[in-house]
Design a protein around this ligand. Structure first.
Ligand code: IMP
Length: 512
C-alpha cells in the first residue's frame, strides 16, 4: 500500500497509469476478506483495482516445489498476465531492504554462488517462465542507480523501486499517510524458511551485529555488479561457442577458469533446455564431462534431458517416448517410479555408441564379455547385439545389496566364470558403479587370473564424491547419487523389466 501511495504521488511526473492487483492464492480462509480490504484501500487512494484468484492451488500446479515457491510462481504469473493484458510497462512490487537481506541469507544458506548472493534486482524480467533466458540476457542487467528506465522490449519489466529502502522508512511513510498494514497470517509461520529468517535469524543478527540488514543488502549490490560482469562475459563466450544446432563447442571455453566454465555450461543449458533449476551438482557433472574431453559420454541432468559429448561438442538431448512414434512425453510409469531418468531410446543410442567403440578396440581379438549378474543382464544382451565383432560371453554373480538401498560393503562371489581367462582380452560389463566396491573386488579377482587385458564398461556411474577410484573405461551415463531401478536394476528383486532407468520413489524404502 505504501508503494501504491508513493507511485500515485509520482505517476504524473512519470507519466504512467497505475493498476493495483491483488492475488488470492486460495491458501488461507481469510484471503477473500483481505481482498475486500485491499479493494477498500485502493478506493481510498482512488486507484483502479483488481483481485484475481488462482484457479488451482499453487501446489497442484507446481507439485515438485515447496508451497512458498509454488505460490510465488503463480503470483508472478498472475501479475504479469494482468500487466500484459493492459499493455503495462512494468509490474512494481514492494520489496524493501529487509526483504533483500533475507533473500541473500536464504540463497547463501542454500549454497548459492555470486548470482544468488545478488539477491533480488531492482529491475528484471518476468521471473517465470523466462528466468532462464534472463540469466544470460544482457538487457536484463540493472540500469545505473537512480536512472528510471525499463528494460527494452514489449514484455513488462519487474520493478522493485523500494529495494534499497529500510522497512522503517516505508513504515513511517505509511503511518504518515494513515495507511494500515495488511499482515498476512502465514508471514508469521516460522516453519517457512523465509519466516524463520525474518522472525528468528535477522533479529538475532541485528542484536549482535547492528546494521546487519543494511550490510547484507549492500553485499547484494556488490555481488550483483560482479554477477553482471561475469554474465556479460558468459554471454560473449556463448555467442561464439554455440553452433546453429544449439551445440556447445568445448574448445571455445576449455581454457576458461572453472567459475567461467560453470557459468558457460549453465548459460548454455538454460538456453538449450530452458531449465532454471538444474542443480549445481549436475552443472559440475557437465563441466567435468567437457573437461575430461573424452567423446561419447553422457550426463543425466534431470527432467528427461541428458548432455552428451560428441566430437568436441556438448549436445542436450531430450528423451523420446518410443511408444508414441518418437514424440516427446511421459513414458508409462510403474508404481514406485519417482521419475524417469533415461528412456529406452537414449539407452539404445548410447549402447550403440559404446558397442562401436568396443568393435574398434577389439577387432578380431574375440573379447570375453563378463556380465555381472543379475543387474547387467539387460545391458549385456543389448550391448553384445549392438557389437558386430566375434565375441564370447560369460557371467559372474556377486552379492548385491539384497533388499537395501545402501551397500553392505561386503562382496562375495556367488557364481564364478565357466572358463579360464588367462591371456584373454576381458571386458567386465556392469550395470552401475555406485561405491565402486563391487567393481574393485571383481577387478582384483579377475586381474589375478592373468588376462591379456581387463577393461570395464558400465552403463551407469553415480556422481558420488566418496566413491572408490576405480577406472571405468566406458561409461554410458553419469547420474546423480540416487537409487535407480529399471533396465536390469532392481529394488528388492523388482523393477528389472522396466525398459528405462528411473529413480525409485523414496517412499518405497522410507522404513529402511
Ligand atoms: P557398488 O559396489 O556400490 O559400486 O554397487 C554395485 C552394485 O550395487 C551394482 O552392480 C548394483 O547391483 C547395485 N546398485 C548400486 N546402486 C544401485 C541402484 O541405484 N539401484 C540398483 N542397484 C544398485
Amino acid at each position: 500500500m505504501a508503494l501504491a501511495a508513493g507511485l500515485r504521488r509520482v505517476r504524473d511526473v512519470l507519466g504512467v497509469e497505475l493498476l493495483l492487483v491483488h492475488v488470492d492464492h486460495l491458501l488461507r480462509a481469510e484471503s477473500g476478506e483481505e481482498a475486500a480490504r485491499a479493494a477498500m484501500l485502493a478506493q481510498r487512494l482512488s486507484l483502479p483495482f483488481t483481485s484475481r484468484a488462482l484457479k488451482l492451488s499453487p501446489s497442484e500446479i507446481h507439485p515438485h516445489v515447496g508451497v512458498e515457491e509454488a505460490a510465488r510462481r503463480e503470483r508472478y504469473g498472475v501479475l504479469f498476465e494482468a500487466a500484459s493484458e493492459i499493455g503495462a510497462r512494468a509490474v512494481a512490487t514492494g520489496h524493501h531492504e529487509a526483504d533483500q537481506a533475507e533473500t541473500v541469507l536464504l540463497h547463501l544458506l542454500r549454497g548459492s554462488g555470486v548470482h544468488g548472493a545478488a539477491g533480488m534486482r531492482e529491475w528484471g524480467g518476468a521471473p517465470y517462465p523466462s528466468a532462464a533466458s534472463r540469466d544470460i540476457s544482457p538487457k536484463m542487467g540493472r540500469p545505473p542507480a537512480c536512472e528510471v528506465s525499463t528494460p527494452r522490449g514489449r514484455e513488462p519489466a519487474l520493478w522493485r523501486p523500494l529495494l534499497r529502502e529500510p522497512r522503517s522508512a516505508i513504515g513511517a511513510y505509511a503511518d504518515c499517510l494513515g495507511l494500515p498494514w495488511i499482515e498476512d497470517a502465514s508471514n508469521t509461520d516460522v516453519s517457512f524458511r523465509r519466516n524463520a529468517i525474518r522472525h528468528e535469524v535477522m533479529p538475532l543478527l541485528e542484536a549482535r551485529f547492528p546494521g546487519a540488514t543494511a550490510a547484507l543488502a549492500r553485499y547484494a549490490d556488490l555481488a550483483a555488479a560482479d554477477d553482471d560482469a561475469l554474465q556479460r562475459m558468459t554471454g560473449e563466450a556463448l555467442e561464439g561457442g554455440v553452433d546453429p544446432g544449439g551445440r556447445l563447442r568445448v574448445a571455445a571455453f576449455a581454457e576458461q577458469p572453472l567459475g567461467m566454465r560453470r557459468r558457460i555450461v549453465r548459460g548454455w543449458l538454460a538456453r538449450a533446455v530452458g531449465a532454471e533449476e538444474i542443480s549445481a551438482s549436475r552443472i559440475d557433472a557437465v563441466t567435468a564431462l567437457a573437461q575430461a574431453g573424452r567423446g561419447g559420454s553422457c550426463v543425466e541432468i534431470g527432467r528427461g534431458w541428458t548432455v552428451c559429448l560428441r566430437r568436441g561438442m556438448l549436445s542436450a538431448e531430450r528423451w523420446r517416448d518410443d511408444r508414441q512414434g518418437g514424440a516427446m512425453g511421459d513414458e508409462p510409469r510403474a508404481d514406485g517410479v519417482a521419475r524417469i531418468l533415461i528412456d529406452a531410446g537414449q539407452i539404445r543410442e548410447r549402447t550403440a555408441e559404446m558397442a562401436k567403440v568396443l568393435d574398434a578396440e577389439y577387432g578380431y581379438d574375440v573379447p570375453l564379455l563378463v556380465g555381472v549378474l543379475n543387474g547387467a543382464v539387460t545391458f549385456m544382451t543389448d550391448l553384445m547385439r549392438a557389437m558386430t565383432i566375434p565375441l564370447e560371453i560369460d557371467f559372474m554373480a556377486v552379492s548385491s545389496y539384497g533388499a537395501a538401498t545402501q551397500s553392505s560393503g561386503v562382496v562375495r562371489i556367488l557364481k564364478d566364470l565357466d572358463r579360464e581367462i588367462e591371456g584373454r582380452r576381458v571386458v567386465v560389463v556392469e550395470d552401475i558403479v555406485d561405491s565402486g566396491l563391487t567393481l574393485q573386488y571383481l577387478l582384483d579377482v579377475l586381474g589375478r587370473r592373468n588376462p591379456r587385458d581387463l577393461r570395464v564398461v558400465a552403463l551407469l556411474k553415480k556422481d558420488k564424491p566418496d566413491a572408490l577410484e576405480v577406472a571405468v573405461d566406458e561409461i554410458g551415463f553419469t547420474i546423480p547419487d540416487e537409487f535407480v531401478i529399471g533396465y536390469g536394476l532392481d529394488y528388492a528383486g523388482k523393477y528389472r523389466n522396466l525398459p528405462y532407468v528411473a529413480v525409485l520413489d523414496p517412499r518405497m524404502y522410507a522404513g529402511e
